[in-house]
Design a protein around this ligand. Sequence first.
Ligand code: CDP
Ligand code: MG
Length: 879
Amino acid sequence: DEEEQKAEGSSDLDTSSDEEEDENVTNPTETRDPKETDAKEEVTEEQKATEQKEQKEKKTSEQEKVQNKAPSQPAVFIPVDRSPEIQEARLKLPVLAEEQVIMEAVRENPGIVICGETGSGKTTQVPQFLYEAGYASDGQIIGITEPRRVAAVSMSHRVAKEMNLPPQVVSYQIRYEGNVTSDTKIKFMTDGVLLKEIQKDFLLRRYRVIIIDEAHERSVYTDILIGLLSRIVPLRNKKGMPMKLLIMSATLRVEDFTDNQRLFRTPPPVIKVDSRQFPVTIHFNKRTPMEDYTGEAFHKTCKIHRMLPPGGILVFLTGQAEVHNLCRRLRNAFPFRKNNTTAGEWQPPHTLKYLKAKSSLPRIDLDNYSALPVDEGDEDREAGIGDEEDGGSDLDIGDDLADSEEKADPSIPLYVLPLYSLLAPEQQAKVFRPPPPGTRLCVVATNVAETSLTIPGIKYVVDCGRVKKRFYDRVTGVSSFKVTWTSQASANQRAGRAGRTEPGHCYRLYSSAVFGDFSLFSEAEITRRPVEDLVLQMKDLNIDKVVNFPFPTPPSTEALVAAEQLLVSLGALEEPPRTGRVKQIQQASLSCPITPLGRAMASFPVTPRYAKMLALGKQQDCLPYVIAVVAAMTVREIFEDLDRPARSEEESTKLTQRRARMTQMRRLWAGQGAALQLGDLMVLLGAVGACEFAGCTPKFCEDNGLRYKAMVEIRKLRGQLTNAVNAVCPEVGVFVDPKMTPPTEHQVVCLRQIVLAGLGDHLARRVQAEDLLDPKWKNGYKTPLMDDPVFIHPNSALFKTLPEFVVYQEVMETTKMYMRGVSAVEAEWIPQLLPQYCHFSSPEESPLPWFCSSSGTIRCHRKSTFFRVGWQLPAVEMA
Ligand code: CDP
Ligand code: MG
C-alpha cells in the first residue's frame, strides 16, 4: 500500500501525566456522599456477580491473565436496567466477551484502538461499558463520532432503547438537528459536529471520553479529529482533567494510527474483538462482465432466490440509479401482492409461472448449496422468467420440486428494498425491520451497507466489486464520479455481511484474477479531495503550519499549497511575504495566519468560497438570498434524477411528462432580464422560494421534479446559516423568513457580484470567434487552469445565452466537461472585485484580456491582464 508514511518529528504526548489520571479514574466518586457510593457499590457487586457468571464461559485464558495483573475494579458501577430480551441479545455479541479487557486498557492508557468486524457490537456496546464504569457520572459525558448522519441517529436510538433510557440521556447531534439536553450522558454525533466543537473549546471540557467510530472509513473529519485528539488528550491529562480516546475500526489495518510517531509517541494498544463471524463461502465468477454488472447481479439474485434455502440477500451496486433499476427488475420478476382479506398475509405470486421458468434451469445439488453454478450461459435470462409459453411439462416441474421443496421454495415472494445514503430516512429504516412473513428479504444497496449499518438476517451477498467515487483533480478542480474496482478490504467487508447469523455465501461478480488485482485497501479520503475547508478550520484553531499537523495520512503538499493560495485570495488568510521566487512564495504561504474575515468565514459551516459570499451578503439586504443560494449549492442535487431508464411504456410516458414539467419550471424559476443573468443560481433561488411558498410539501416536490429530502435539508441549512451569520454579526439581525419575495433587479446585480467575489477562481470566458482555431472549442469556455474547453450544460439557464464571462460552482466531467451552477459576470466587475487575480496593464495599453501563444493554443495565466485599471463600477464593498 502506497500510503505508507515515514514517521518524523516528535510528539508532545506526555506519558507521565497518565498515572495521575489513573487515580482519578479508579476513584471518581471521591467527592461524593459516601452513603451514595456504598449503595451503588452494593448494586454493583450484585450486578457484577451476575455479569461475571454470564461471561465466564467466554473468557479466554489471555483475558484471565490480563485480569489478574490488572488493578482493582472501578469504584463506581452505574446500573442499567435492560430488558431480558436485550440482555440476551447483548450476550451474543462478541464485544461483550472483551468488556474486561477493553475497560482495563481504557483505565491504563490515554488512548486505545478497538478492532472488530462490523456487527460485533462496538458501536452499541462500548459506550454502554463506559457508562456503566462511571465515565459519564461526574457531569462529563461520553461522545461518539460517526462519519455518517444516518449512523449517528440510528445508533443513539438503538443504545437508548437497549439501556432503557430516554433520548434526553442518550442523544444525538448531527448537522441540522439533535436532541442533546443538559441531562445527556452519551452523545452520538457526526465527526464534523465534534470538529466544530473543538473550535469553540479546544480542550473539549464537556467530554470525559471521545470514541472515534468507523475510523477505517478514513473520512477526512475523522482523520483530522484523530490528529487533534492526539494533542488534546495529553494536554487534558497534563492539566489534571483526564480524558480518554477510543478509536474503533472494522478492519485490522490501523497502522496509520498506531505506528505513527507523529500522532502517538507511545503506540496505543490494539484490542481485537474476535467476531463470531460464521464462515462465508466465496464464489468467484469465471468471467468478469465489464459493462452490465447490474444485469449480472439480477441473474445471480434470481438464481439464489429460486434455488437456495431461506436467508436474506444483500446486493452491492455502486449508485442510486443502479439500485433502483435492479429493484424494479427484481420486483417485476418476483412480485408479491398483499391479500386484502387476511391482513398481514402475503399472497404468493402465480406459482406455476415460476415453476415453469425454473424447470429450464440446471439442476443443482441442494445438500451442497455452496455449489451454485457459476453463471455462464443465458439459460436464466430475464425474458425466460414468467414466459408461460416456454418451459417444460408439469411433470418436470413436479420432479424438480421434489428435491427443493424443503429448502428452497421458488414461489416465495421477494421483498426488495433499496438502500443508499440519499434515500429518505423512513425508507432506510425499513431494512432493519423483519420482512413480511413468507417473503425473502433482498436489499439492494450502495456501499453504505458495507460497514456502518448491519442488516439483520443476511445470508447471501452479491458483490459487483465496484464502487462509485468522486475524483477530484487537484490542479484543475474538476470533479467526476467514476465507477472503479473496490479494494480487497472492502470486498472482504462486503462478503462478511453474509456470515452474521449463520454460515453464508458471497457471490462475486468478477473473477479471482480480477480480485487479485484490486488494491489492498481503499485510500484515505483526505488524499482525494480539496482541503481548503480543512485548512481554514485548522487556521481558526491557530494551527498555522498546517504541513506540520499530525494527519494519520497527510494530504499532498500541492493540495495544501493550493488551499492556502485560495484562502489568501479570498482574504481569509494574510498575504504571505513576497520573496520573488515562486517556490519561496509557496513555502512561505504554508503558514499564513488567519484574518478576522477568515475567522468569520470559519464559523460558517460551508466551503470557504460560499463562506465568503455569506460574509459579503449583508449588503443591499441580500443576506436572505445569499443564505438561500449557498444552502442550495451546498446540498447536492436538488433536482430529481429523471433521466433514469423506464421499465415500462407507462412509466416512460410518465417520466417524459415529468421531465417536461421540470424543464418548464426551471425556465420559470430562471426568470427573465436581469434575473436570468444570475443563471443557475437564480433557478436554485426560485426553486427554494417556490417550494417554501408552497409549504415545502412532498407533493410540491414530486410535482416539480425536486428532491424532497434535499429541500428539507436546504430549509434546515438556511436556519443554521442564519444563526451563524447572526452570531458573527448581531447587528445584521437577519431572520429566517421561509417565504422570500423574489429579489429586485438591483439585488440581483448585487447577488451576481457577491457570487463573483466568492467564486473568483472559477471564472471562465467564452472563446472568441477569432480564437476559434479548433472546432472542439465551439461554444466552449476557457478557464485559467485548464487546457481544454469547458461547456455550459444544456440544462443550464444560460445555455442559450452563452454570456462572455461566467463563474461556475464546479466542473463535472460526464460526457463532456460541464460547468455546474453557472452565473453570468460583467467584465468590468472583474478588476474591481478580483484585483488579486488581475495583472493591470498601463492605461495607454489596449485591454488585452487573454493572449494567444505562438503555438496557437489559447492560454490564460492566473495573473494575465484582464483590463485596464480605473473602470467605474457599481460597487459592492469588499468586507
Ligand atoms: O459497531 P459494530 O458494527 O461492531 O456493531 P453494532 O452496530 O454495535 O451492532 C451490534 C448488533 O446490534 C448487530 O447485530 C446489529 O444488527 C444490532 N443492531 C440492531 O439490531 N438494531 C440497530 N438499530 C443497531 C444494531
Ligand atoms: Mg459500528
